[in-house]
Design a protein around this ligand. Structure first.
Ligand SMILES: C[S@@+](CC[C@H](N)C(=O)[O-])C[C@H]1O[C@@H](n2cnc3c(N)ncnc32)[C@H](O)[C@@H]1O
Length: 266
């Protein structure tokens, strides 16, 4: 089970508030249009707390969210239960599983994986396994659509030292570094979480907020687009496009994040 997201799961959505998930899901819609994809059943691989999963479910898609963190899935499930039903919303199915080797009850015609999830696979062999597992659950003619951080992006944004943030009363310290030789980016994340009140610490003190500290380490690996393409081909994918994220231009050496669209032949 995933250790990296165990403690931060309840706070993940606050920490990611600045991410324009709606824009990302809109871009997915543009990809569907461009490639004439009419998804019937989608798998959101490494769905986390289900932000993109639920946005797609609201559009009426039948969707399965899979993740290997029980804590992240718990948050996703809770959000789905609290959602005010609209006529289109279809409650997603949630599956606890490892993207390197997973099974789902039925095959799907689209697999998505967003927001660096595949970068969490630190060995080439693990990425190979994930691509093969996706290939096996896809129907003929199905698509695998995913983003990945690049080594260029890591060198630009993950080697800049530290940052302190405060969002909704949540204090966080982000310490990044990037090892160019190993192509591993490391984030040491420290959270200070408010507890509502505390007893007075000293005489005369009325009590007040206390902060609980949590630490987590996240590691991601960058894979050059050529390697991504080779591994996808080895897994059986035929038609492969590697775009700049949120665009339809081919990625270049100075692309921070790529969006990959890979097709399984009909
Ligand atoms: C950065 S989060 C992205 C979550 C979600 N896709 C999103 O867009 O918000 C990465 C997710 O990958 C999951 N993950 C990492 N390694 C995994 C693995 N081997 N199998 C399944 N999920 C994994 C983590 O638990 C986490 O939820």
């Amino acid at each position: 089970m995933s250790e990296s997201f165990r403690k931060i799961a309840p706070y993940y959505d606050i920490l990611m508030k600045r991410i324009n998930y709606s824009g990302w899901v809109r871009y997915l819609g543009e990809i569907f249009e461009r490639f004439r994809i009419k998804p019937r059943k989608i798998l959101d691989l490494a769905c986390g707390t289900g932000v993109p999963t639920l946005l797609l479910a609201r559009q009426g898609y039948e969707i399965i969210g899979l993740d290997n963190s029980e804590e992240m899935l718990k948050v996703a499930q809770k959000k789905a239960e609290c959602r005010i039903p609209n006529s289109k919303f279809r409650i997603p199915k949630w599956v606890l599983g490892d993207m390197r080797d997973f099974k789902i009850p039925e095959r799907v015609d689209v697999v998505i994986s967003l927001f660096d999830s595949l970068n969490y696979l630190l060995e080439e062999e693990d990425l190979r396994k994930a691509y093969s597992s996706v290939f096996n659950v896809l129907e003929e003619g199905g698509y695998f659509i995913f983003d990945m951080n690049t080594n260029f992006g890591f060198s630009q944004y993950w080697s800049k030292g530290s940052e302190v943030r405060e969002e909704d009363g949540l204090l966080s310290i982000w310490r990044n570094n990037y090892n160019r030789e190993r192509k591993i980016a490391r984030l040491e994340l420290t959270l200070f979480v408010q507890s509502p009140s505390s007893p007075p610490l000293i005489k005369g003190d009325k009590g007040g907020l206390i902060y609980r500290r949590m630490d987590e380490v996240h590691e991601e690996r960058g894979y050059p687009p050529k390697e991504i393409e080779r591994l996808l081909k080895e897994a059986g994918f035929q038609e492969i496009h590697i775009f700049k994220h949120l665009q339809f231009q081919r990625s270049t050496r100075s692309t921070n994040r790529v969006m990959v669209v890979a097709k399984k032949d009909s």
